[in-house]
Design a protein around this ligand. Sequence first.
Ligand code: ZN
Length: 151
Amino acid sequence: MKVHLKQIPPEGLHLEGEEDCLIPELESEGVHCVSPMQYKIDLGVSEGSLWANGSLNQPVELTCVGCLEKFVHDIKVPAFALHTELQGPETVDLRPFMREDILLNLPAHPRCDREGGRVCKATSTTLKRASETEAKREHDWEALDKLKLPK
Ligand SMILES: [Zn+2]
């Protein structure tokens, strides 16, 4: 999205809307935008610079590193902020700034259970295995204790 500086009144401007996926090239890495990015930002111009702050949300489909299943995750940028010097052109493209913040909030090792909404299959099997091993170990100690008991 581009903003025309002339459209920004002295008291600032509030913008809400949707923008096409800013990270289409991540498709090849398994990050798939499932809907447009939603933004809510306040903009203003002061002393030769443009500032903006607000929040962004980009729903994407990711692949879980645990169970390899696809799941939908909202890449949220709760505190999007920018401050940039105005250097002549009357329009400023906010997309590169938004894109950067979305990339920063993209989980490096996405797990389907990170939001707590579901249980990752990989986690549940690991936990089960761990508790089985634990039970077996206790059993072994019991056997050992019996052996040591002098009778
Ligand atoms: Zn998973």
